[in-house]
Ligand binder design. Sequence first.
Ligand code: G6P
Length: 611
Amino acid sequence: MCGIVAYIGPREAYPIVLKGLKRLEYRGYDSSGVALLNGGLKVYKKKGKVAELEESLIGKDLHSNIGIGHTRWATHGEPSDRNAHPHMSANGKIAMIHNGIIENYAQLKQELQKKGYQFKSDTDTEVLLNFIQDIQENNNCGLEEAIRIALRRVVGAYVIILIDQDNPDTIIAARKGSPLVIGVGKGEHFLASDASPIIEYTKEVVYVNDYELAILKADEMILKNLGNEKITPYIQKLDLELAAIEKGGYDHFMIKEIFEQPHTIHDCLRGRLDATTGTITMSGVQNYIEQLKNAPRILIIACGTSWHAGLVAEYVIEELCRIPVEVEYASEFRYRNPIVNKGDVIIAISQSGETADTLVAIEKAKEQGAIIFGILNVVGSSIARASHSGAYTHAGPEIGVASTKAFTAQLAVLTMVALKIAHYKGTISNERYMHLLSEMNEIPEKVATALKDTDNIKRIAEKYKDAKDFLYLGRGYNFPIALEGALKLKEISYIHAEGYPAAEMKHGPIALVDENLPVVFVATKDSYYEKIVSNIQEIKARKGKVIAVISESDEVIRDLADDIIVVPEADEIVAPMLSVIPLQLLSYYVGVAKDLDVDKPRNLAKSVTVE
Ligand code: G6P
């Protein structure tokens, strides 16, 4: 949530910061701004997307070899020019950008107001900045020391980056809870929320940890903790190519990422699953196999689309491993008084690895003695570092705000984890195990086949794009896919959509059914098939319009439904990886048909680093 970027070195800072902001726009895009040192501190900010800031700055003298930039997802104060970052200290000397939330800002603000401080914005960021200025003046100390003192009083999550007109050769940054990466160049440094603005310039990076301060000059990097002790930076090599974060000829990142899925699922299986020898190589699982096998209970914690992957995993793990599974919204889990027993395993699922609720929830469970197993896409992310063990999804950077390829990769990893535990535990026959391995192996190719139905799905999108509501129904393994389909449509097209277990529909949603309601059935051939055919009849009897995702061999629903989308046949355990594909495409094409910005849907952000 919120993207931050900074540069110090011999090059012009503005173009680097601006390009970085464009790459980070998926994190928030309601306003943006930059601060430069050009004969004094200059701050430029604007409500709206980064392109609007760029346009407003055409023709300005933006020369500076140091710069910070921010793209915002509003928390404190509506999106507006004055609430946009960077903020300037009351004395006009320091500019600061912030990602996160200062929870005790109201108290700090009152203290400062009593001292006569006035605020130009409604943000918690300006409060923290003036608090820092106040400490600097009262203690007659340098900015670095003042930041350290201030942060010891701050409650909340933050990454902050500051530049000071009295120290024009230094950037200071600090982190707790929100992500921060330093790019180490030759005589230059870059800072950003993730590596995407950096890889163009250098592959050497340092991930800053919580409670650390970075003091950067063009040719010097010092890391310290809040106690002013130096820390040796751990420089890592990025395993990321520039092409992976560009659109590569597609109109949107979302459609590019949908079409990448045959490759991303293949990458996820590669080197791990060998269907010929019957092996699944996952060191993260192997190292904890006894704990996983003997777990009295598995708790899955996640948010959004990752939570839907968790629901599929609940069905798969219980079926294959015979271990009780509970799936929790991270935001609910962290605030109640959950029961975590010795030996319980927590599976945390997160694309970004930075979702604040998930991070805090697993820390809470860890304190209670649980083993944390992370299923994450971003290597080195906060949740990855907070986990005891885990498995990466290897889906590559996901930039479209609505998650697509990360979801199918999560399903692939979760299914492999379940299969490995079940095989070790002996809760699955060898024959079924070998069959499911070969079914998994065929998924990338089958996804490629499912992606060929684009014209049909475009036609369906056009046909129903003006509907006010949609209902998505599924049973068993396809019930979470119905939820995911509804979520995708809401996110991308702003059409109200509800996902429900198909049988439960009789206890409420059926009242909504009339000739104007499109009902999407996820009805591939599985053990619930006969039952779902009856549910389709129930909708048809009430004149609802049925759009059905069916298997190739289906002869019954084919004749019942108003519109059909066919996916290849697959075992029900792996089928969700296929049945979700048309639903992703449907939401994309409805969004496009409505001329909406599908990569940056309103009010959403890719990485939710606030609670
Ligand atoms: C946001 C994103 C979703 C994502 C969810 C959880 O809401 O827009 O696409 O599913 O966060 O994110 P995570 O990174 O933890 O999977």
